[in-house]
Design a binder for this molecule. Structure first.
Ligand SMILES: Cc1cc2nc3c(=O)[nH]c(=O)nc-3n(C[C@H](O)[C@H](O)[C@H](O)COP(=O)(O)OP(=O)(O)OC[C@H]3O[C@@H](n4cnc5c(N)ncnc54)[C@H](O)[C@@H]3O)c2cc1C
Length: 423
């Protein structure tokens, strides 16, 4: 349990302890990492294991960003189907990225195992559920390609998905057995614990307010001290501030909100009974999972409106009533939202912003496994592996056209969706 206000259910329910460690004065390190989410912490863990002196600086606390607020679906691949990744990146690079990210859940679960991370880890797959016949056709296309690549996926028909989810609302689904669920805050804190044990330093409550190059070193400035570092990794993702000019403008920011019921006991035991997490094919995506205590956690795109008593609560109650009328009236004990960085082509980026300054960013709502393997790759780069070994070619920082307008448009569209569907 934490003393500060919790940013999500996971913040209150994670078994792993929070790390509170202020930055005390100036210091020197080989690698400064800004942001203590999956990307920054995986970079730190793997860099420290490779013998690199490194220091994570986090403005708030471990898992303050998307890492402590997400749905906890440890999915394989990207949001795009594999064939579309290859079409956008080119055959060779696309195939290499798909291969890496197809195996990325293995990396997550082996880290959990190796470091005994207490994060409610289950690995019975996840279900991408079809909200319409067209959604099922899209899933069939995904399933066909993943099967061709040898991935353990199964296309479920209507009856099969009903049996697994406990509702007949879906037209079918794609079960991906590589995937699973975690308590994401537990996973982030466990990575932080492992990184510290490997020798990394982590400072919390220290916002980096300036990054300047002086005499071949980066000067990483905070209100409580300045670090000198040879290299810097910015793991700030959708929570980027104005630290580096243009970084925030390189993605569109959307919100995703979730509400959690109290533990449901036997009444909810038939819902996702094998412990899979679920998201659907609707353009305004819906997600559903359970946690170890038996809470149902529902979510969708948009900001949480009106806390646990307002518009979002009405939306969630109505959604659960439609899916599981047998539950009767449902209460919610917590609600929260987080920020997601979307890129125009739905591919992540690794930017080299200046000499020795890198920013992996833009996982498009799928960052648990990708953030973990991108962090590992960044550590490899700093250890001397070379840019050719990175999962993505280095790209320039390009602003998303009309970024503010787009962000505003999505915000409004998602709010209207909650309003209409919550009535
Ligand atoms: C609601 C939601 C649901 C999602 N569901 C899933 C899912 O089910 N599965 C999945 O794989 N992915 C999911 N994602 C995406 C995933 O959570 C993110 O891609 C991932 O957490 C990104 O990790 P990160 O370490 O790159 O960034 P973050 O976890 O966002 O961390 C960035 C950190 O940088 C810090 N920071 C920013 N600026 C500064 C500064 N100037 N100085 C110091 N620190 C700074 C922030 O405080 C923050 O802690 C979801 C995201 C959200 C928001």
């Amino acid at each position: 349990m934490t003393q500060r206000p919790a940013v999500s259910l996971w913040d209150s329910s994670a078994d792993e302890a929070d790390i509170v460690s202020p930055l005390a004065g100036d210091g020197q390190t080989d690698l400064a990492i800004v942001g203590a989410g999956f990307t920054g912490l995986s970079t730190a863990l793997h860099a420290a294991e490779a013998g690199i002196d490194c220091h994570v600086i986090e403005a708030r606390h471990v898992g303050f960003g998307g890492s402590g607020r997400n749905v906890g679906l440890v999915n394989a691949g990207l949001w795009l189907p594999p064939q579309d990744v290859r079409a956008r990146m080119g055959e060779a690079q696309g195939a290499a990225l798909i291969d890496l990210l197809g195996k990325a859940p293995d990396v997550v679960y082996s880290l959990i195992e190796k470091h005994q991370i207490r994060c409610e880890a289950t690995r019975n797959g996840t279900i991408h559920a079809a909200h319409s016949p067209r959604g099922q056709a899209d899933l069939a296309r995904r399933a066909g390609e993943w099967a061709r690549l040898g991935a353990p996926v199964a296309l479920l028909d209507r009856a099969e998905v009903a049996e697994k989810t406990g509702t007949e609302a879906f037209f079918g689904g794609l079960l991906d057995r590589r995937a699973g669920t975690v308590n994401p805050m537990g996973y982030a804190r466990g990575l932080a614990r492992a990184a510290r044990a490997a020798g990394a330093r982590i400072s919390t409550g220290a916002r980096v307010t300036g990054l300047h190059r002086e005499g071949g070193q980066w000067r990483v400035r905070t209100a409580s001290g300045t670090l000198s570092a040879r290299d810097v990794v910015l793991g700030t993702n959708a929570y980027s501030d104005d630290l580096w000019p243009g970084l925030r403008r390189s993605y569109t920011m959307i919100h995703f909100f979730q509400l959690a019921t109290p533990p449901m006991g036997e009444a909810g035991a038939h819902i996702l009974k094998d412990g899979q997490g679920l998201w659907d094919t609707a353009p305004i995506m819906f997600a559903l999972r359970r946690d170890d205590a038996g809470r149902l956690i529902v979510g969708s795109m948009g900001a949480l409106m009106g806390g646990t008593g307002g518009l979002s609560r009405r939306w969630a109650a109505r959604r659960l009533r439609r899916l599981f009328p047998e539950l009767g009236p449902v209460e919610f004990e917590s609600g929260w939202h987080g920020q997601i960085a979307m890129t125009p082509d739905h591919l992540p980026r690794i930017h080299r912003l200046a000499e020795g300054l890198y920013a992996p960013i833009g996982y498009n709502g799928r960052g648990i496994a990708p953030g973990t393997v991108f962090g590992r790759a960044l550590a490899g780069l700093i250890a001397g592996a070379g840019e050719a070994g990175l999962p993505m070619p280095i790209s320039d920082l390009t602003p998303v056209p009309a970024r503010t307008l787009r962000t505003g448009f999505y915000h409004t569209a998602f709010a209207v969706n909650q309003l209409i569907r919550g009535l």
